[in-house]
Ligand binder design. Structure first.
Ligand SMILES: Nc1nc2c(ncn2[C@@H]2O[C@H](COP(=O)(O)OP(=O)(O)OP(=O)(O)O)[C@@H](O)[C@H]2O)c(=O)[nH]1
Ligand SMILES: [Mg+2]
Length: 401
């Protein structure tokens, strides 16, 4: 699972990234602070099954995640995040830092558009006031479309040549395999747009239309309406929601989330990412107290959270429709071979079955799959059994029978 952060310069992409990963990245109040992409690990938040098993809770036992972490039954499961340079209108014509760096996002399953909802930065990322934030939504989609268009347009002659010996849809699928696009989708789009299998019959406008459809499938975009801590953001967010009713728009304050996570790391506050409040647990100076009060009043009490965790969870579970499954070796103790309790959490697409989980763990486990046990019910399940969100599963393999 890879999620890309995109948006114009100075919108708060790196702040969002740092709030999620606590990686050391540069954040500054001027455009194009980020040049080289930052890659790191963020987390989605799910209920840990540790609470559901009496055998664990009665003995005061808790999970031992091998990746990610768990706080009071809230399990944080890793996902990859990538933060890139700022994108400006006409980046595809070389403006700003151009759009070459978007190639780092080829593999991304989804893009989070980090948008400055306060309207205090212009299209280039310079300070202003009352910037019409809806422009950001429009330009960004267009630049992503133009990036995909560019990939096709640059290679069009060779695609046309290949289409003479095989099909154009096959050649396109090969060309776009890096974007994780399947040939079936390509065929569907060509049918929908009534595009010819003969590449030399396509005009530029056809390529662009096709690129737009590819973007919708391969790079869905949700909006993190950032800097929501600033008063001007409230109206702007309402406006955005009205103008783009089909788009998922989540108010957030990356700066507040970063402050809370850093304070929590320093043991100054008790805070679980995604919560609507925090508790002070350390000695704070006046300035820190004041900053936290503002976060409480202007962000948490208004929006119910800083929004950052919500963006990631919505992206993975509601938008991309993944589920989380916990494989174990020992169905009585909920452990792996080393005795670690609920050590792993796998993110799988909805509709995955027990065999898919086995293969996700290891090819050998998939190949030697015999059956599985739904640990919560104790029932045996077959390879085709669909998994549900939160399932705890033991896989039985032929070598271990
Ligand atoms: N008020 C407020 N300011 C924020 C928030 N998030 C980021 N900022 C500020 O916005 C400025 C830009 O933040 P960055 O994270 O560097 O922005 P970026 O989108 O990565 O910018 P580039 O790397 O230049 O493209 C910094 O001064 C941040 O402190 C927020 O939620 N609220
Ligand atoms: Mg940056």
């Amino acid at each position: 699972m890879l999620i890309g952060l995109v948006g114009k310069p100075n919108a708060g992409k790196s702040t969002f990234f740092k709030a999620c990963t606590l990686a050391k990245v540069e954040i500054a109040n001027y455009p194009f602070t980020t040049i080289k992409a930052n890659e790191g690990v963020g987390f989605v938040r799910v209920k840990c099954p540790e609470k559901e098993f009496k055998e664990l809770s009665e003995k005061g036992k808790v999970c031992q995640p091998q990746h990610g972490f768990c706080i009071k039954g809230e399990r944080f499961v890793p996902i990859k995040l990538i933060d890139v340079a700022g994108l400006v209108p006409e980046a595809h014509k070389g403006k700003g830092r151009g759009n070459e760096f978007l190639n780092d996002l080829r593999e991304a399953d989804l893009l989070i558009h980090v948008l400055d909802a306060s309207g205090r930065t212009d299209a280039q990322g310079n300070a202003t006031e009352n910037y019409p934030v809806e422009e950001d939504v429009k330009f960004l989609i267009n630049e992503i479309d133009m990036w995909i268009y560019g990939i096709l347009e640059r290679n069009w002659q060779s695609l046309v040549r290949k289409s003479k010996s095989s099909k154009l849809s096959t050649a396109l699928a090969e060309q776009l395999s890096g974007l994780k696009i399947k040939e079936d989708y390509i065929k569907d789009i060509m049918k929908k747009l009534e595009l010819s299998e003969r590449g030399d019959a396509w005009k530029d406008a056809h390529i662009l239309e096709f690129a737009r459809e590819i973007r919708k499938i391969s790079k869905p975009i949700i909006i993190a309406a950032n800097k929501a801590d600033r008063k001007e953001a409230r109206n702007n967010i309402e406006k955005l929601k009205k103008e783009f009713p089909e788009t998922l728009i989540i108010p957030c304050s990356a700066e507040s989330e970063l402050a809370l996570r850093e304070a929590s790391k320093e043991k100054l506050v008790d805070y679980i990412p995604g919560n609507k409040n925090f508790e002070i647990s350390g000695e704070l100076n006046e300035q820190q107290k004041h900053a936290l009060e503002i976060i409480k009043k202007d962000v948490l009490e208004v929006y119910g959270s800083t929004g950052i965790q919500r963006v990631l969870n919505e992206a993975v579970f509601n938008f991309l429709k993944y589920i989380v499954v916990f494989p174990v070796e020992n169905e009585h103790h909920f452990t792996d071979k080393q005795g670690r309790i609920l050590p792993d959490a796998y993110l799988l697409p909805q509709g995955s079955n027990a065999l898919d989980l086995a293969y996700a763990i290891h090819t050998d486990i998939g190949n030697s799959f015999v059956s599985a046990i739904d640990v919560k019910t104790g029932k045996k399940i077959g390879k085709d059994s669909l998994l549900e969100d939160g399932d705890v599963i033991k896989i039985l393999t032929s070598s271990r029978k």
